[in-house]
Design a protein around this ligand. Structure first.
Ligand code: NG1
Ligand code: ZN
Length: 529
């Protein structure tokens, strides 16, 4: 590697002005975009090193997801489409913050400590969302990749899940799918259409209204619509002509518990909100009295898991199905899953990488954060078993058909990461097969009233938690205050944790009274101060 070149480009074009330290958090680096230029240059170099170490293609995505337009961020994607390994998160944080004068030595140290062969080939896929700062940040990353002699494939403006998909396809010789955006669109649409051949649509209407958060999801959704034709009408609003994530998008709708700006006023219309980089999805509708109803990630997870369970039972295959949630999952959903669906459910820390890892422990693992970030992962051996069963003429027809339906359903899933649009097609497929409208879907259980608040504190890292964030171990005394408050509310549950993407502490509270939940959350927030 030409260290002189790396050093001189760093100092002359992407210097670390050392304004603020940044940290590789829940979803990579996130900060105001003007703080990130040197970070992107350095992450460009780091992806090349990671690629050489793994002898595989690595992804680099420039996005700040649901955060506002002036923010931006970057995250690295490991070869199997998963988030960067935690040991490398620390390396990334250190590399991002050191002064320019130490950059070359730091790189040499990484190469030595991580046993990287500098002569190995490298390949990096990069993408970015629609933020204005994305273009120049992607130039900085490209400068870093070039300076380290890496091979780049720049896909320009794409969704986060598309980038994960492209990384996986590149590393599996196309066996997961064609490593192009078109390959992605066709894979999902063809799977959906094969399910929609089945006749039984009853209350289902093939039309949805999609709030695309004025982000990159609008572009992908339009591309889907072009191939889907009238098999599913996606009426897109907040399609890029307004400010990104402003009063719209999945995070806004979930946290504010109200419709986004420009939402259609017609009651009982099935509406979908995705976030700024299209990896989160939630559904909502207004009833006849204009009351807002939210069907969030928990609800999507239960819909998917219950249908999978039905098919697994019909197929008579031995498949262990499981569901993964975080502490933000509504208590009513957890009760419904364990007591009614009787599917094993586990709780992990927040952050999709934790859920993804846990889900991989099941034969078929469904994982969703309440905010709508999630997917289904299926073990390769299990997928093979299902495919074989679907063609085994010695099996009863009912079992074969169920296996065949399972195969099609799994094909609609982007297993590489939570994908708003793939999840949306999956929900649409299941509602279609069940013949359900959104009201029927909602009937399965009733959410406990809940509230999320953000609390600004001097140093959010003083909050330390354990037990998947459900218990606070520092500062001392805070957990007992929370326990006291929880005890005052029927079905009360509350917890606090430091956000990994914003400089705030998050408070979550739920109880069985909608008139008291605001007060409950405010009391917990006060305890944090
Ligand atoms: P933080 O800021 O660490 O709570 C948020 C979400 C996560 C995850 C990441 C990445 C909540 C409560 N937290 O993390 O679930 O999606 O952003 O985007 O929604
Ligand atoms: Zn996102």
């Amino acid at each position: 590697m030409d260290y002189n070149r790396i050093d001189s480009i760093s100092r002359s074009q992407h210097p670390n002005k050392q304004l603020t330290d940044v940290q590789y958090g829940t979803a990579g680096f996130r900060a105001k975009s003007d703080l990130l230029d040197h970070v992107l240059y350095r992450m460009g170099i780091l992806t090349v090193l990671r690629s050489k170490q793994k002898n595989a293609t690595i992804g680099l995505m420039i996005t700040a997801s649901h955060n506002e337009e002036p923010d931006n961020g970057v995250k690295l994607v490991d070869p199997a489409g998963e988030m960067l390994d935690s040991s490398w998160e620390l390396i990334a944080t250190e590399l991002a913050n050191i002064p320019d004068s130490e950059l070359v030595n730091a790189l040499k140290k990484i190469i030595k400590d991580e046993n990287i062969n500098e002569d190995s080939p490298s390949s990096v896929i990069i993408g970015r969302d629609t933020r204005e700062s994305g273009w120049s940040l992607s130039r900085a990353a490209i400068d870093g990749i070039n300076a380290a002699d890496g091979i780049i494939q720049d896909f320009g403006i794409i969704t986060t899940p598309q980038l994960h998909y492209l990384v996986v396809c590149s590393n599996t010789n196309g066996s997961y799918g064609e490593p192009t955006v078109e390959g992605y669109l066709l894979k999902l649409v063809n799977a959906l259409l094969s399910i929609k051949k089945a006749k039984n649509n009853d209350l289902y209407v093939g039309e949805i209204y999609l709030d695309a958060a004025n982000g990159v999801g609008a572009i992908a959704a339009k591309e889907f619509q072009e191939i889907l034709h009238d098999n599913l009408s996606i009426r897109i609003f907040n399609d890029g002509n307004g400010p990104l994530n402003h009063k719209c998008g999945a995070d806004y709708v979930k946290v504010q518990q109200c419709p986004p700006i420009n939402s259609p006023g017609k009651s009982l219309t099935r509406c979908v909100s995705i976030d700024g980089d299209a990896d989160r999805v939630i559904y909502y509708y207004l009833d006849d009295s204009d009351k807002f109803h939210l069907l969030d990630g928990d609800r999507i997870a239960t819909l998917i898991a219950s249908y999978l369970k039905e098919l697994v039972e019909e197929s008579e295959l031995k498949i262990q199905l499981g569901l993964v949630q975080t502490a933000y999952a509504n208590g009513a959903s957890t009760t419904y899953i364990s007591e009614f669906l009787k599917i094993p459910v586990v709780c992990t820390e927040t952050g999709v990488k934790h859920l993804h890892h846990k889900a991989l422990e099941f034969d078929v693992g469904v994982y969703f954060e309440a905010n709508g970030h999630g997917t289904v992962v299926v073990k390769d051996s299990v997928l093979k078993m299902i495919r074989t069963a679907s063609q085994n003429m010695n099996l009863p027809k009912k079992c074969r058909t169920a296996s065949s339906k399972l195969t099609s359903l799994i094909d609609v899933v982007n297993q590489t990461v939570g994908d708003a649009l793939s999840d949306m097609l999956l929900v649409e497929a299941i509602l279609y097969v069940r013949g359900w409208d959104i009201v029927t879907w909602e009937r399965s259980y009733t959410d406990l009233p809940n509230r999320q608040l953000k609390v600004k504190v001097q140093d959010r890292n003083v909050i330390e938690t354990t037990d998947a964030a459900r218990k606070c171990v520092s500062p001392s005394g805070l957990q007992s205050k929370i326990d006291e408050l929880v005890a005052r509310y029927s079905k009360g549950r509350a917890f606090v944790r430091a956000s990994g993407t914003e400089d705030i502490v998050r408070v979550y509270a739920e109880c069985d009274s909608s008139s008291e939940v605001e007060k409950f959350a405010a009391e917990v927030a006060l305890a944090v101060h």
